[in-house]
Design a protein around this ligand. Structure first.
Ligand code: SAM
Length: 239
């Protein structure tokens, strides 16, 4: 469970209403039970419930059970999707190792009203679930043109892997294996794909690597998971 407070042996802390209800009513934790907490800076800590009212659970911090991990350095840029698919894509991105997630609007992006706090809450829930001890960053929404113009200044030598269904080369494995040790970004298009002019611009940029994910057109959410799996298998984990 994520808490935004310092964690140290012997400390006592009282959770807010929502987390207390979650522990007491959903996870059915009571006095004497253990819970693992993290705050994104001090690793994972084993804690014991010492008070279990549904409105305010009180915990005593026992011992550190895992050191802090480095946040993942994989940048993932996605074009906003409809709510249900958006929830899926954020959850899967965190599970697959994305550490920085940024909404990128493109010509064919259809969903324009994102709630950053909801994206952050989703990402946090996924981090808790898959035991990522750092807090995934949700970067502010940006237009594709601005992203590409600013890329070298903002990202240095990070390579932008661009999932392009028009890419002729059938396998991305060789090209990705050449990127071992490099910082990586992954860009996936909206439901309607990138426009021809966007694709042409992307393909001309020196820091962009277009990759194919196979001969079929994947849904944007499937493409994200497939691309991250291939990147992880070829380049390795990016912790
Ligand atoms: N209409 C579907 C949807 O609702 O999601 C398909 C959208 S597909 C055009 C969305 C994005 O997924 C593309 O812009 C591209 O980034 C990626 N993509 C899909 N299939 C791909 C493939 N075979 N190879 C590479 N990228 C692919």
């Amino acid at each position: 469970l994520f808490v935004d407070t310092d964690l140290a042996a012997g400390a006592a802390l009282t959770l807010g209403k929502e987390q207390s209800l979650y522990l007491a009513a959903v996870l059915r934790k009571g006095v004497g039970d253990s819970v693992v907490l993290f705050n994104g800076r001090d690793g994972a800590w084993l804690c014991r419930l010492t008070g279990d009212s549904k409105k305010s659970v009180v915990l005593e911090v026992d011992e550190q059970i895992a050191p802090q991990t480095r946040p993942s350095d994989l940048w993932y840029g996605f074009s906003p999707l409809k709510t249900e698919r958006l929830d899926y894509v954020i959850q899967k991105a965190v599970e697959m190792g994305a550490g920085i997630i940024q909404p990128v609007t493109t010509q064919f992006t259809q969903v324009h009203r994102l709630k950053p706090e909801k994206l952050a809450a989703n990402a946090m829930e996924a981090a808790e679930q898959c035991e990522v001890l750092s807090v995934p960053e949700i970067a502010p929404e940006i237009g594709l043109d601005a992203l590409l113009s600013q890329w070298p200044q903002m990202h240095g030598d990070r390579v932008l892997v661009f999932a392009d269904e028009g890419e002729a080369s059938s396998s991305p494995l060789g090209a990705l294996q050449n990127l071992v040790g490099r910082r990586i970004g992954l860009l996936i298009g909206p439901e309607g794909g990138f426009s021809d002019s966007e694709r042409e611009r992307l393909r001309r940029l020196p820091f962009v690597l277009p990759i194919s994910l196979g001969p079929r057109i994947l849904r944007a959410d499937t493409a994200a998971v497939a691309a991250m799996a291939i990147i992880q298998a070829t380049i390795g984990d990016w912790r």
